[in-house]
Design a protein around this ligand. Structure first.
Ligand code: ZN
Length: 113
C-alpha cells in the first residue's frame, strides 16, 4: 500500500486519503503555501554550487514564514552531500529535521520550524 506523510503532523497515511485523520489537514494542498520546492540538482550545478544554493534558500526561508522546504536533489552526489550537510544543520539547530520524501527518493523534505 502506497503511503504519504502528513507534512503538518508527520503522521504516515495511506496515499489514497486526502485529509489527515490526525490533524485534518488537506493533504493535497501541502506542497503549496508553506512548502517551498527548490531544485538544486538539475541545472548542471556542481556539488559545492548545489550546497551553496541550498544554504542560501534555507537562510532565506528561515527569515520567512516558510515551515518546510522540499529540496529536489536527484539521485547522485548532490543528494549524498546534501544529506550530510543537513545532518550538520540539524545538529546545530538551524533546521528541525529532514527526511527523504517517501514517494520520491530524489527529494528531501526539510522542516525548518
Ligand atoms: Zn496531519
Amino acid at each position: 500500500m502506497k503511503q504519504q506523510t502528513c507534512l503538518v503532523c508527520g503522521m504516515n497515511i495511506m496515499a489514497t486519503m486526502d485529509h489527515c485523520p490526525k490533524c485534518d489537514n488537506d493533504l493535497r494542498s501541502q506542497h503549496d503555501g508553506s512548502t517551498f520546492t527548490i531544485d538544486i540538482a538539475h541545472q548542471g550545478e556542481s556539488v559545492s554550487e548545489a550546497l551553496k544554493k541550498m544554504q542560501g534558500e534555507i537562510d532565506l526561508a528561515r527569515q520567512d514564514v516558510v515551515m518546510r522546504i522540499r529540496l529536489v536533489v536527484g539521485s547522485g552526489m548532490i543528494r549524498d552531500e546534501a544529506m550530510l550537510y543537513l545532518r550538520d544543520l540539524e545538529h546545530r539547530g538551524e533546521i528541525k529535521d529532514f527526511d527523504l520524501e517517501l514517494s520520491n527518493a530524489g527529494a528531501i523534505l526539510v522542516r525548518l520550524k
